[in-house]
Ligand binder design. Structure first.
Ligand SMILES: *Cc1c(COP(=O)(O)O)cnc(C)c1O
Length: 356
């Protein structure tokens, strides 16, 4: 369901393709997440979408920002010089290890040794990657992320008053529901640490846009486990996915060996999410064209790229005509900023922001 204000704005855009961000929608959503989390701290994982307009809305609700590179750090600290920043990410350079932070999430014993060698003060959370079952996850962070129990044990003697151990950080998987995340939290919080960052990864369903992560259940579940400790979460996708829309138009409709296709202006070089995740991007086709087309039948929506991977949605049942407007939903996270913009040298989309 696309809010009426978004649909109206989409129909009034001066050009396509374009991104349209619903800032009041984001504000309302993050406010409700903030309320549900109670005393649990909320950071936003900037890599999901670093757009400054979105960050300004988020800044009204979150306790801090999680950044994963020198670039994100510079971007966020220029916008919000006084906000706490947690610096994470594998493969931090020496320059990154020298960046000011509220917390730094250390990924390995050798990274901790290099952090010590900077001679600077540091407040560290050790990123643990315990061998816990994460059935049902969209993506698991096994492999190079964080350290196992042996790595963490190797780190412990390296702390002192200058490089301080503040607690643990974990981010085990993405695409988990509240019950699954609480199950993991129960195991992860079974330790003596006074501060634990439980990461992000809250589920976002592209197949069922109305099925939202249960923040109320997660917040009250975490409150029951908190017992006076500092708990923090750092979602990305589940905060910003819903506020973004990619709006474009149909340039051609055709049938190839019986299959119907709509070719849209733009493509997955602007909205890579369905290509990387292999899903159908939810959308509506608004009848603004009235040209040649098909009526209520399965049709595959593709972009202008010369590759069979340039598919937004497969065999969705809809009418589609040349000149119609297509509004893709859930394009607010891991969308524009993960896309290969220069492939084929088509023009970039415009960016528009709904403010009220
Ligand atoms: C990507 C990432 C996040 C955010 O994950 P979402 O699935 O977008 O919620 C949080 N923490 C770390 C360490 C990450 O790498």
């Amino acid at each position: 369901m696309i809010p009426a204000r978004v649909q109206d704005a989409a129909l009034r855009l001066p050009s396509a393709p374009a991104y349209l961000y619903d800032l009041p929608g984001l504000d309302e959503h993050v406010a409700s997440v903030r309320r549900a989390l109670g005393a649990v701290e909320l950071y936003y994982a900037v890599k999901a979408n670093p757009d400054a307009e979105l960050l300004r809305v988020l800044a009204g609700h979150v306790d801090g920002f999680e950044v994963s590179s020198r670039g994100e750090h510079a971007h966020v600290t220029a916008l919000f010089p006084d906000r706490p920043v947690a610096l994470g990410g594998p493969g931090k350079t020496d320059a990154e290890l020298r960046l000011p932070h509220h917390r730094i999430h250390v990924e390995s014993p050798n990274e901790l040794r290099r952090l010590r060698a900077t001679g600077l003060e540091a407040d560290v959370l050790l990123r643990l990657n315990p061998d816990l079952p994460v059935a049902g996850a969209a993506l698991t962070m096994s492999g190079p992320f964080g350290m196992d129990e042996a790595g963490a044990a190797e780190c412990l003697p390296l702390f002192d008053e200058r490089v301080r151990l503040r607690g643990l950080h974990t981010h085990l998987a993405s695409g988990l529901d509240a019950g699954q995340l609480l199950g993991l939290a129960r195991t992860l919080l079974d330790n003596g640490h006074e501060e634990v960052n439980l990461g992000g990864g809250m589920a976002v369903s592209y197949a069922e846009p109305e099925a939202r992560f249960d923040w109320t259940a997660y917040g009250s579940g975490l409150e029951a486990l908190r017992r006076g400790r500092t708990l923090r979460v750092e979602p990305g996708r589940a905060l910003t996915a819903y506020c973004g829309y990619y709006v474009t138009t149909v340039v051609d409709v055709k049938r190839v060996r019986g299959e119907a296709y709509a070719i849209l202006l733009g493509g997955t070089h602007h909205l890579r999410t369905p290509a990387t995740k292999g899903h159908d991007q939810p959308c509506v086709v608004l009848p603004t064209g009235g040209g040649q087309g098909v009526e209520d039948e399965p049709i595959t929506l593709v972009g202008q790229l010369c590759t069979p991977k340039d598919v937004f949605s497969r065999k969705i049942v809809t009418s589609a005509h040349i000149g119609d407007t297509v509004v893709f939903e859930m394009a607010g996270a891991y969308a524009w900023n993960i896309s290969h913009h220069d492939f084929l040298m088509h023009p970039n989309p415009a960016f528009h922001y709904l403010r009220s």
